[in-house]
Design a protein around this ligand. Sequence first.
Ligand SMILES: NC(=O)c1ccc[n+]([C@@H]2O[C@H](COP(=O)([O-])OP(=O)(O)OC[C@H]3O[C@@H](n4cnc5c(N)ncnc54)[C@H](OP(=O)(O)O)[C@@H]3O)[C@@H](O)[C@H]2O)c1
Length: 300
Amino acid sequence: MENQQRVVVLGAGGRLARSLVEAWSGRFRVRSVRRSGDGGLDVADERAVRRFFEEVDFDWIVNGTGLTNVDRCETARDEALQVNARAPAILADIACRRKARVLHFSTDYVFDGIEAGLLKESDAASPLGWYGETKLRGERAVMQRDARHVVVRVSWVFGPHKSSFVDQILARALREERVEAIEDKWSSPTSAEDAASWLAPFLERDLPGGVYHACNAGWCSWREYGQEALDIAAALGWPLRARRVDGIPLASVRSFVAPRPVRTILDTTKLQSVAGVTLRTWQEALQDYIARHAPVPPAA
Ligand SMILES: NC(=O)c1ccc[n+]([C@@H]2O[C@H](COP(=O)([O-])OP(=O)(O)OC[C@H]3O[C@@H](n4cnc5c(N)ncnc54)[C@H](OP(=O)(O)O)[C@@H]3O)[C@@H](O)[C@H]2O)c1
C-alpha cells in the first residue's frame, strides 16, 4: 500500500533524482519537480522557491539539484555557490518551519583524497576545488538548520536516465578500437537505482538525521571501472571494437580545470546499520545495469 509520506523531489530531470522518482512513485506520494517547464523551479531563485513551498504540502524535500560539472564550477563560481550551498540552506530552512525534513545529496569531492583508507562521515572534509567547497557549505548549512535532516554523500553515480562515464566508455568501445581511462584515481560507483532502495527507509521510518555515505560496495580506478563495463558487455555479446581499456595518468588530462581528489572511497557502515540495508558490489550493480539499461548496441 502507498505510504502517505508526501515527498517533493527537486532536480527531477537529473541522473539521480529521476531514478528516485521512478522507484518511489508507487511507494510514496511523490511530486517530481524539474528546473524548467510546466511547474518547474529554479532553486537559485529564492523568492520562487519560498513561494512554491507555500503552496505545497510535504513531509520531505529531496534535493537532487546541483551544479555538478566540476570544471564549470571553477568558473561559474557564483552560480555554483547559489545552487550547491545557498539553495540547500533555504530548503532546509523552509522544511524546518513546516516541521518537515530534507534529504540532500553531497559528494565524495568534499574530501581531499589523500587518505589511503575508507572515509567515514566523521573524517575531516577538505575539498580541493570549488565544486567540493560549495557542496560542503551546502551540507553544513542543511545540518546546521536541523539535525533531523539527512545529507547523503554519493560518488560516481550511474543510472538509466542520463549518460555517465560507463555509458560513454561503452559507446566509445562500440565505435573505436582503442579506449582509455584514468588509472590513478579511485572511488566507488553508485547505482542511482540502488540508491533509491537504500534511502527509502528514511522516508518510511523515523531514522536519525545526519550525514551518510552511500555507494556500492568495493572500489576501483576509472580504468578498472571501464574495463569491468567492457567485460560485462562483451560477455553479453556486444560487438565491441575495443575490448581493453588502456590506463592514462590523471595528470595527463589537459581538459580538466578543477583539481580532483585521487582516492575517495566511502565507508558505508553507518548507512547499512541505520537503514538496515545491504549494499551490493558495484560489479553486481553494473552487470544488472548494462544488461537492462545501457544503450542497445547496433547489430554486428
Ligand atoms: N553524478 C555523480 O557522479 C555524483 C557524484 C557525487 C555526488 N553527486 C551529487 O548527487 C546529486 C545529483 O547529481 P546527478 O548526478 O543527478 O546530477 P545531474 O544529472 O547533473 O542533476 C542535477 C540536476 O540539478 C538541476 N539543476 C541545476 N541547477 C538548477 C537550478 N538552478 N534549479 C533547479 N534545478 C537545477 C539540473 O537541471 P538541468 O538538467 O536543467 O541542468 C539537473 O537536473 C548532486 O547533489 C551531486 O552533487 C553526483
